[in-house]
Write a protein that binds this ligand. Structure first.
Ligand code: PMP
Length: 304
């Protein structure tokens, strides 16, 4: 699918190719922007698109703007309204990825705080493309940004160069992607996704104080594992050597959904293929996100 016909920027829905920011803006020059990536899941049977966990994404977008001391916080309700308007203008009837970005459009130094503008773009549903095979993962030689250096629970554009370096190094070295350790040497997360592993039927994931994003998918997955699949979930520190004891593992995030990790540093997990627990969880996640089952209707916002 080609890019959408329209984008939203600076108060208007404009042709996609006319959605521009000024090269002197602090958003462009210094990464003074915060964003949310969302998914709109198309349900063929309902002839409906559902935005997954819109409220939680909008709350985090407000927090990101205020934490970064933007001069103005664009309310989540306004971002939601403009996003719905744009999706309807693009008349999309397929699963899409949506980026909502609030950025400093004013000129000046890295500490410029305003004005703040909103940009929304929708794009084809391009995930990592590893759903069938699972991901071959490298423990990165780059460390996850520590929260006392950059705020990791804020989705600030500038943070993402940390993950970019790790992901690109992994690809240069022949892996699909990277897993970060934090500066304390414990397992943290991927460049845009959280990490879980299974040991003896239990799920284990790093704590929220491991220099990770407070991921909405992580929260979803914890609930689905505990309540729907009856799997115990433990949030605790994870050592690097413990990775070799995992029976199965996966990454999760809005873009990655639930994607199996099949090897780490060239050590296969289990039989080196996506395992039964990850596959069951992935199916459940996609069923809930598409609204194919009734579970948690408050997680889905209908577009049409
Ligand atoms: N970690 C990082 C660094 C991310 O950028 C993302 C994607 N937003 C995630 C984890 C997953 O978060 P979420 O489930 O809220 O999309």
């Amino acid at each position: 699918m080609a890019n959408a016909t329209y984008a939203y920027v600076n108060g208007d829905i404009v042709p996609f190719t006319d959605a521009k920011v000024h090269i002197s803006s602090a958003g462009f020059k210094f990464g003074a922007g915060v964003f949310e990536g969302l998914r709109g899941y198309w349900n063929r049977e309902h002839e409906q698109m559902y935005l997954f966990r819109m409220d939680e994404h909008m709350r985090r977008l407000e927090f990101s703007q205020s934490f970064m001391r933007f001069s103005q916080v664009i309310p989540g309700a306004e971002v939601q309204e403009k996003t719905l308007e744009l999706l309807r203008a693009n008349a999309l009837h397929e699963t899409v990825h949506i980026m909502t970005t609030c950025y400093v459009s004013g000129f000046g130094s890295p500490s410029a705080a305003g004005p703040v503008d909103l940009a929304v773009v929708t794009s084809p549903n391009v995930g990592p493309g590893l759903a069938e095979t699972g991901a071959k993962v490298q423990v990165s030689s780059w460390q996850r940004l520590p929260d006392h250096v950059m705020p990791v629970r804020v989705k600030c554009n500038a943070n993402y160069q940390n993950g970019r370096l790790a992901a690109m190094q992994a690809q240069v070295d022949g892996y699909d992607t990277a897993l970060f350790l934090n500066t304390r040497g414990k397992v943290a997360e991927g460049h845009g996704m959280c990490f879980f592993m299974f040991r003896d039927g239990r799920a284990i994931t790093p704590t929220l104080t491991s220099d990770i994003l407070e991921s909405i998918t992580r929260d979803t997955v914890i609930q689905l594992l505990r309540e729907d699949l009856g799997v115990e979930v433990i949030e605790r520190e994870v050592d690097r050597s413990e990775l070799a004891l995992a029976d199965e593992a996966f990454f999760c995030g809005t873009a990655w959904e639930v994607t199996a990790v099949v090897s780490i540093d060239q050590r296969p997990l289990g039989n080196g293929k996506p395992g039964p627990l990850v596959q069951a969880l992935r199916k459940r996640y996609l069923d809930v996100a598409h609204g194919s089952v009734d579970t948690c209707p408050h997680w889905r916002t209908a577009v049409y």
